[in-house]
Design a protein around this ligand. Structure first.
Ligand code: PLP
Length: 431
């Protein structure tokens, strides 16, 4: 199996964290998001430990909330010693509602409105990652009005292509996030920030992309950032204390995907960073990483009930399930690969070539195409693995489908963390 927390019990059912998937669906309904909290915790510890082991004191990981965001996750992150990225006032609100300490929040976004900036300042958000000059000016003004000296990092683009999908590749120069180094604009951005009375510039942020499997693209980013830091030190006398290298380590969606050695990569990155700093006689900055996917993706499983099987003679066969692009739009958006399992008949031969389709009125609403499954029957349970990231947070009410519930598994017990939406929820904002 793809992960060690999955198994098969005597009834031939899939187990997740030791719990029977069929029982979970009976108790909480389907579709259902299942999140193995123990696996989330283990993933957090891998990062926290590796950063503590290899990077300068004060280095730590921030969880990127865009990957998964609901109240009940934040106590887990806090207990595991994580910081957290937030990209909107809604994410700030959720983190604080979950009891997360505001000083460990890092506020991202390429278009923070005046309301967003003031809300974040009034909430005590510890750090802003400033994307552009307009934001810099407004943040300085609003911080001044409140008598605050706000800690900031500046988002810069190192111009690196980590060879991933274009749509999730943000380190290139030509993108809407941050300010490019290569064109000289980032140097002017730093100068403007240093001159702001109400801002305390700590350093830089860069995010080069997603689904990265080795340290090399991060090392390349470090080279560019250190050259830039050295140029800035000479020009402005400003020394970088914090480098935030963004998120992006990959996860295995299928057996054929490589395993990422996160501690090994962080160690390699640390050695590269220290050597680079030594060569320039530059003090080694604290390192922040922003893993999203690699903290939660492999802890999540989505359970669906099968509605039926349809064979288009001479073409192909479909298994339809009672969810789809409303709870997981990633196949429709990016043709993302997933591993799909017959959760209620794990031991049956998988001799039926089929495409798993959702229930939305949209021909692109597919979960996965051309996979081998046992011939399904109405009422069977299907599990899609590695759905802990960018599923719940990208879900919608398209076709007025209710969003599924989310259960967290901890030490062999399941607890409801997000209840299933009701029809009343669907019309709650309708006047
Ligand atoms: C998306 C994103 C992340 C998280 O990326 P993952 O691939 O989920 O690890 C971190 N930081 C920033 C700025 C992002 O945009």
């Amino acid at each position: 199996m793809l992960y060690e927390n999955l198994g098969i019990n005597e009834q031939g059912h899939l187990t997740i964290g030791g719990l029977d998937a069929v029982d979970l669906a009976k108790e909480f309904g389907a579709p259902l998001y299942v999140l193995d909290e123990d696996k989330v915790r283990a993933n957090c510890r891998t990062y926290v430990q590796a950063l503590a082991d290899y990077m300068p004191a004060g280095s730590y990981p921030l969880f990127a909330g865009k990957a998964l965001c609901f109240k009940g996750l934040y106590p887990v992150l806090e207990e595991e010693g994580m910081g957290a990225d937030v990209v909107s006032p809604g994410e700030i609100y959720t983190a604080l509602a979950g009891g997360f300490p505001p000083e460990r929040l890092y506020f991202h976004g390429n278009n923070k409105t005046d309301e967003d900036i003031q809300y974040a300042l009034d909430s005590g958000v510890g750090h802003f990652i400033v994307d552009n000059h307009q934001e810099l000016d407004k943040l300085d003004q609003y911080a001044g009005e409140r008598g605050i000296r706000q800690k900031v990092l500046l988002r810069v683009t190192p111009g690196i292509d980590p060879h991933t999908l274009q749509a999730i590749n943000t380190g290139r120069i030509d993108c809407q996030f941050g300010v490019p180094i290569e064109t000289g604009q980032a140097a002017r951005f730093v100068k403007a920030a240093v001159e702001k009375k109400n801002l305390d510039l700590l350093g830089f942020h860069s995010h080069i992309g997603s689904q990265i499997f080795e340290a090399e693209p991060f090392c390349d980013a470090v080279d560019i950032l250190l050259d830039f830091a050295e140029q800035i030190r000479k020009g402005l006398g400003f020394t970088v204390r914090v480098l935030n290298l963004g998120g992006g380590f990959g996860v295995r969606y299928q057996e054929s995907d490589p395993q990422v050695d996160i501690p090994g990569n962080i160690q390699a990155l640390a050695e590269h960073l220290k050597a680079g700093c030594a060569a320039k006689d530059y003090p080694v900055p604290q390192i922040l990483l922003e893993p999203g996917r690699s903290i939660v993706a492999n802890a999540g499983v989505t359970l669906y009930e099968v509605g039926g099987v349809k064979t288009i003679e001479g073409y192909r066969s479909y298994i339809t399930v009672n969810g789809g692009m409303t709870d997981n739009p990633r196949y429709a958006l990016y043709r993302s690969p997933y591993t799909v399992l017959p959760a209620s008949r794990m031991n049956d031969p998988r001799d039926f070539l089929c495409t798993v389709a959702g229930r939305c009125c949209e021909s692109g609403d597919l979960i996965q195409e051309n996979i081998q499954m046992p011939l399904a029957q109405r009422g069977d349970l299907i599990a899609v693995l590695t759905t802990g990231a960018y599923n719940f947070t990208m879900s919608s009410n398209y076709n007025r489908l209710c969003r599924p519930a989310l259960v967290m598994l901890h030490e062999g017990k399941a607890r409801l963390a997000v209840r299933r939406q009701t029809f009343e929820d669907l019309v709650a904002c309708d006047l």
